[in-house]
Write a protein that binds this ligand. Sequence first.
Ligand SMILES: [Zn+2]
Length: 342
Amino acid sequence: MKTGIVKDWRYMEHDMGAFHVENPKRIEAIYRMVEKDISFPYTEIEPRLAKEKEIQMVHTSSYVNTIKETSGKGKMQLDPDTATSARSYEVALLAAGGLLKAIDLVMSGKIQNGFAIVRPPGHHAEASRAMGFCLFNNVAVGAEYLVNKYGIKRILVIDWDLHHGNGTQHSFYSRSDVLYFSTHQFPHYPGTGYWDEIGQDKGKGFTVNVPLSGGKTDEDYLFIFRKILAPIASDFKPEFILVSAGFDIYKADPLGGMQISEDGFGAFTSELMSVAHKFSKDRILFTLEGGYDLQGLSEGVKQVLLYLGGEGKKPQIGEDISPITEKELAPVFDTQKQFWKL
Ligand SMILES: [Zn+2]
């Protein structure tokens, strides 16, 4: 079965409080949808705990200890919007470990693609700091694992979450083996991700930021994936693709101002799969980041899964972009032309 799904009810045990938008109900809504609506045969992946050493490929040992020390304790506030509960440390290890297990299955050829449906999310987590609902940076740990365990030389990380993945960007800012590509609302939390952040030293050109004002549609995102991401990918030739899949760009999301539809998520998946088909032997893994409208979240994940499993129905979405989008993308094109054939 070519598609793997990381699914484990223990992900509900990290709890920042019932009134927090990043709460266990998110994963519950998605898992109920999977059980009800995903009828194609898939490989259910039981996650493992990431080892401390694996987390330390991205995070400092003192930070890992700080999170470890919250084990068994009541609510500990780490930053204004991130907290731990008694089980958070273990669940965070399980989140990163879920992606690592999926990577092993892809690398051994048992699956081709998949989705790590995990929480807490990861892309804001910095080397030594919890941020924006994130404890450990799951996707950054996954990328390091691919480099260190499997000797993968070129990894493309695509982050379509509403927010900029500051932690992931900073993890690889001076490196040319992990290309970080992010679309995000700007200005918005966390404040990073302007188009002039392009990487440094050896990493120059290997960070691609596409900051966008609110209101962007399926068409706008498809245009960006086709006209900016695809040409860069065909130059970079990734051996493996990791996607930080946030569903807070959904039109009804309470935290975001984007206008993405359910069908949009399917169309984006189809675009990214065709990049994976051309360059990375179809190796592509999605990992859950944000998404706070439960209906949009589970419908969005469903569309991604249907495409991964080969059951997506190509929606009719054009490429017409508004003059505002065109104006916002101009500096991105100008900047990236120095590094890539755009
Ligand atoms: Zn987000």
